[in-house]
Design a protein around this ligand. Structure first.
Ligand SMILES: C[S@@+](CC[C@H](N)C(=O)[O-])C[C@H]1O[C@@H](n2cnc3c(N)ncnc32)[C@H](O)[C@@H]1O
Length: 313
């Protein structure tokens, strides 16, 4: 059945030009849309901006998400850092570090490293500096993933956690990562990806477009495309992991339950009892949540939440 989405799309996601950076990335995180406002109510946001990694799924995942989202977000960072295999003395670059906690965690888990976090948004870097800048050899800068402002071969490890979907030109980001890594260095990218090249066709489905609007992305890369882009950039794909069951599925379950409750007056009373902040949601907000839930479920059918581990040749 075709869904008619009553929304006006932001023109910024319509761009086909890979080099312009017209996506309004800030809008994804500034509370403009109901998805991020709802996530904020579930402890999402102050220091980490990722979806989190949940160890158990099913209906219980709802409680898991609502009570422990911050812990799950830290778990996602820890699992990503594990894939980096950091050694003492390593120079580590955290690309799109958000509000800085992932870079801080690399340094806290591996104190003998030097860590630099960069993010496109000055406001995120300001938060990161305020919260974490006083710790050892850890620093933050404003920077663009597709134009890394560092000399060749200056890092041993590069991490990019749940951000590359925003980048208009991921091939260019991979080339830049290869340039700043030493031979044998490692790149870990955690990102959404179409299951196959053919599934890119769903990029322009109306259901997908609402998800693109919420998260501000123009297109995903496919899983095989990631391997191809890595090879072209000078990497070898060591392995990849599908974390969908632990990341996107529990979040989807949470939003399905929230949306079901938000649609009835007794459900809204239950939500307000669990968390009085949900009183700030209007009937129209709950309608928007319902649309977002349908859109995300559609995208989830054709995509996965992946971790890719690359080695610089
Ligand atoms: C979902 S958040 C993840 C942040 C962080 N990695 C975390 O786990 O908390 C995505 C981040 O990507 C950043 N970003 C988007 N486009 C970027 C670009 N071209 N260069 C650097 N950062 C970018 C956004 O500002 C945002 O902080």
């Amino acid at each position: 059945m075709r869904i008619d989405f009553p929304i006006t799309l932001n023109r910024s996601i319509e761009t086909e030009s890979p080099h312009a950076v017209p996506l309004n990335v800030a809008e994804s995180y500034d509370g403009t849309n109901v998805v991020f406002r709802a996530l904020r109510l579930a402890t999402w946001g102050p220091t980490l901006l990722n979806l989190g990694y949940y160890t158990f799924g099913g209906s219980l995942s709802v409680l898991n998400v609502m009570s422990n989202m911050e812990l799950a977000q830290q778990r996602l960072v820890r699992k990503s850092i594990d894939l980096l295999q950091v050694s003492p003395g390593d120079q580590v670059l955290d690309v799109a570090c958000g509000r800085g906690k992932s870079s801080f965690m690399v340094q806290a888990l591996h104190p003998q490293t030097t860590v630099i976090g960069i993010d496109l948004l000055d406001r995120n870097v300001q938060v990161a500096r305020t919260l974490f800048d006083q710790v050892g050899s850890l620093s933050y800068r404003v920077g663009n993933a597709m134009d890394l402002d560092f000399p060749d071969a200056s890092f041993d490890r590069v991490m990019c956690l749940e951000a590359a979907f925003h980048f208009p030109d991921r091939q260019r980001f991979l080339r830049e990562s290869a340039r700043v890594l030493r031979p044998g260095g490692r790149l870990v990218i955690v990102d959404f990806a179409w299951n196959s090249d053919a599934e890119r066709i769903h990029r322009d489905d109306p259901e997908t477009r609402i998800v693109r609007e919420i998260w501000q992305w123009s297109d995903f890369s496919s899983i095989p495309e990631y391997e191809r882009m890595g090879r072209t950039a000078g990497f070898r794909l060591l392995s990849s992991r599908d974390w969908s069951q632990h990341v996107t599925r529990p979040i989807q379950t949470l939003f399905e339950r929230l949306s079901a409750l938000g649609r009835t007056s007794w459900g809204r009373r239950i939500l307000a009892w669990i968390n009085p902040l949900y009183r700030s949601f209007s009937t129209q907000d709950w309608e928007q949540v319902a649309l977002a839930v349908r859109g995300h479920e559609h995208v989830r059918r054709f995509s996965k939440y992946m971790a890719f581990i690359f080695e610089k040749r």
